[in-house]
Design a protein around this ligand. Structure first.
Ligand SMILES: [Zn+2]
Length: 198
């Protein structure tokens, strides 16, 4: 409707300009020509707008789909496969025999990491000899270890803050070091990554 009125107006103007107001045939010709041209232009614009909106949607869709998948269970899929012995301690909260751990007498400089998720747990500078039969540390890497009070309140369990894997127990007030803290950690719960020399 709007298109027809607009064409009619333009045709009138054009016919008057040509100083042939009485030429009805010319008026009709100009009117039809204007109408078809304008229609073509409008269709082109509408088509272009439709196409650009479809492309915009197509570009947005994969973005929206990737956001949740990158967050869910990302860490679990990266966990290392555990042996039965490791699983007994890390998953089922068991304890390795005292004096048997591979890392018990390790004196090298480096970082002790979680056997299951590779999160850094302790630095070698905090390891000390407690003669209790398990690797002992008087401090953890900040935020790496979570403490959980045993149900009977007698001991405090320590787990990897990143994956929840069982590490051992923490004891306070024994006077071994100035920090007065002993993280008693199962060797099997950890890996050791030596510092690179250079
Ligand atoms: Zn872990």
């Amino acid at each position: 409707m709007f298109l027809q009125l607009f064409c009619f107006y333009l045709s009138c103007l054009l016919t008057l300009r040509l100083r042939q107001p009485k030429s009805m045939a010319r008026f009709c010709f100009v009117y039809l020509y204007m109408k078809s041209t304008l229609k073509r232009i409008m269709f082109t614009i509408a088509g272009f707008l439709l196409l650009s909106s479809i492309t915009a949607c197509a570009q947005k869709q994969p973005k929206a789909a990737t956001v949740p998948t990158t967050i869910t269970k990302k860490d679990m899929s990266n966990w290392n496969k555990l042996t039965k012995e490791e699983e007994a301690v890390i998953v089922h909260k068991g304890t390795e025999y005292p004096g048997t751990g591979e890392l018990l007498n390790n004196k090298e400089k480096g970082t002790y990491t979680c056997k299951r998720c590779n999160a850094p747990l302790y630095r070698s500078e905090t390891k000390f000899e407690s003669y209790c039969g398990w690797p002992s540390f008087d401090d953890e890497i900040e935020g790496a270890v979570k403490r959980i009070q045993d149900a009977d309140g007698s001991r405090t369990e320590i787990v990897c803050a990143a994956c929840g894997g069982h590490l051992g127990h923490v004891f306070l007030g024994e006077g071994f070091t100035l920090k007065n803290t002993r993280h008693c950690v199962n060797s099997v719960s950890m890996n050791f990554v030596p510092d690179t020399k250079g």
